[in-house]
Design a protein around this ligand. Structure first.
Ligand code: ADP
Length: 473
């Protein structure tokens, strides 16, 4: 038979240990969730930084080499290919280590003899191996011999074109191109450039004990080289993210550096073609919009977290609010080829609301509808009377959300695993904000969705302030 003490400890166990266990498990689960979404965010941003760095390195390299080739072209046009003239061009360019000019038949035009027996091997082999394609393709630069020799065909008025072959000075490449391009890049991670054997040629700070995060290839100019991103030593990616997510700074800095970098690139005035220029302008516009949206979210989020977010409710007409909110999306909707359907029931009463907050919540829903759409690009916004309130819905025909995720998507920092693999950027705070705004209005937000079936988010707001007779659905 059990003693009273045993019963008491059994009760204690039930009364204290069980709830504590539940709290610990919940805490652990949400920490895990938080960590995995933070990890996704971190990788996404590391990829942005690496891609951006690769673009800039390629651009700087192309500019530096174009400058040398332009000078050569000028001399060829003037018919002056004497040794002292070309020697000076090479001497002036730190980047070009050795330069040879060949006639179409392979004979050496400049200099008259190989400067180094090793060059005869390196350049001679390259010429034998594959100059036909270069001749055939004309002006386009080729990088051969494991990235060591660059070739370009230059024209001579009234005569056969010539083939220019040059090698690069690794130290000048490191200092003038890599360091110049990357030293100012703002990122809490370490950016490095690795050669074809994976050896770091440049790193913004020591890679000692740093943890590799990811790498992207450098396409033009440096074949098989990569830009790699590392987490600084002593800080696991999680720690780095923890700081970043808490402060949200990186989230803001990434679009800013993207804007600055593409802006600078355009300012240099040497983006080779119109299509690429348009692409850069588009990126700048898109990143600026993303930035203002982020700033709104971040400011609000920190106010909410600090309990400082105040809502000023005033009777507001629904239709103009929807139109004004949609205005901000005219560009992305058009760019993405979206069809927009708006249906606002006639004679809707005014709703007591904080118009800025509701507009921002609506904007988050529209932003998501765009972001998570696939081939069937329709965004439908409607407003109608629903019980003692008004229902505002934003629907898309995009990827949809599995029922098991319907609750979790409203948690802060939660992102459905797929979001990253499908290349959709985000920080996982949008829906948490929407939910908070709904709650502050005594309303609610709900979702109807299934994978592949699109999603419909509905924000329900009561007509009587403080009333919460919200319908069950
Ligand atoms: P973010 O979009 O920044 O990741 P949100 O809090 O806005 O963060 O959304 C959380 C998650 O909910 C998203 O990562 C996405 O997986 C899912 N989600 C939100 N809206 C939609 C939608 N319209 N269609 C499909 N999935 C969505």
């Amino acid at each position: 038979m059990r003693s009273p003490t045993t019963r008491l400890s059994a009760l204690t166990l039930a009364a204290i240990v069980a709830p504590v266990t539940i709290v610990v498990i919940l805490g652990y689960v949400s920490l895990r969730q938080w960590q995995s979404s933070a990890e996704l965010l971190f990788r996404e941003q590391a990829r942005d930084v690496a891609t951006m760095a690769a673009e800039k390195v390629e651009m700087m390299l192309r500019l530096a080499e174009d400058a040398v080739l332009d000078r050569l072209q000028t001399q060829l046009a003037a018919g002056d290919v004497t040794e002292p003239t070309l020697d000076r061009i090479v001497a002036d360019s730190r980047l070009v280590r050795r330069l040879y000019v060949f006639e179409r038949d392979g004979s050496l035009l400049y200099p008259r003899v190989w400067r180094d027996p090793a060059d005869a091997l390196l350049f001679g082999d390259t010429l034998r191996a594959g100059t036909r394609a270069v001749w055939d393709r004309g002006g386009k630069r080729e990088v051969l011999a494991g990235g060591q020799v660059c070739l370009a065909v230059l024209l001579r008025p009234g005569r056969e074109p010539v083939l220019v072959a040059y090698s690069r000075d690794t130290e000048a490449l490191r200092r003038d191109i890599l360091e110049t391009s990357l030293a100012a890049l703002e990122s809490p991670t370490i950016v490095a450039v690795l050669d074809q054997d994976g050896r770091p040629v440049y790193a913004r700070s020591s890679l000692d004990r740093a943890e590799p995060v990811l790498a992207v290839p450098l396409r033009e100019g440096l074949p098989n080289w990569r830009v790699a991103v590392y987490a600084p030593p002593g800080a696991s990616p999680h720690d780095v993210v923890r700081r970043q997510v808490m402060l949200f700074t990186h989230d803001l800095k990434t679009p800013l550096s993207v804007i600055r970098m593409f802006g600078e690139t355009l300012e240099m005035g040497r983006v080779p073609d119109e299509a690429r220029r348009q692409e850069y302008y588009r990126i700048i516009t898109h990143e600026s919009e993303r930035l203002s949206h982020l700033i709104d979210n971040v400011l609000d989020f920190s106010r909410i977290e600090g309990g400082r977010r105040r809502y000023d409710l005033a009777p507001t007409a629904v239709e103009p609010l929807i139109r004004e909110t949609l205005d901000a999306f005219a560009y992305p909707l058009e760019q993405g080829g979206f069809k927009l359907e708006v249906a606002v029931e006639a004679d809707l009463p005014e709703v007591p609301m904080d118009a800025d907050a509701i507009s921002q919540a609506l904007a988050n829903l529209i932003d998501n509808a765009i972001k998570y759409s696939d081939a069937d690009r329709v965004v439908a916004v409607d407003a109608r009377r629903d019980g003692e309130g008004i229902a505002l819905s934003v629907a898309d025909r995009g990827v949809g959300i599995a029922p098991a995720e319907h609750t979790r998507i409203f948690e802060k920092f939660y992102r459905v695993g797929r979001s990253e693999t499908q290349g959709r950027r985000g920080s996982g705070v949008g829906l948490a904000l929407v939910r908070h705004v709904a709650g502050a209005h005594h309303g609610r937000v709900s979702v109807q969705s299934a994978p592949g079936q699109g999603s419909r988010f509905t924000l329900w707001l009561p007509l009587a302030p403080g009333g919460d007779a919200c319908p069950a659905s």
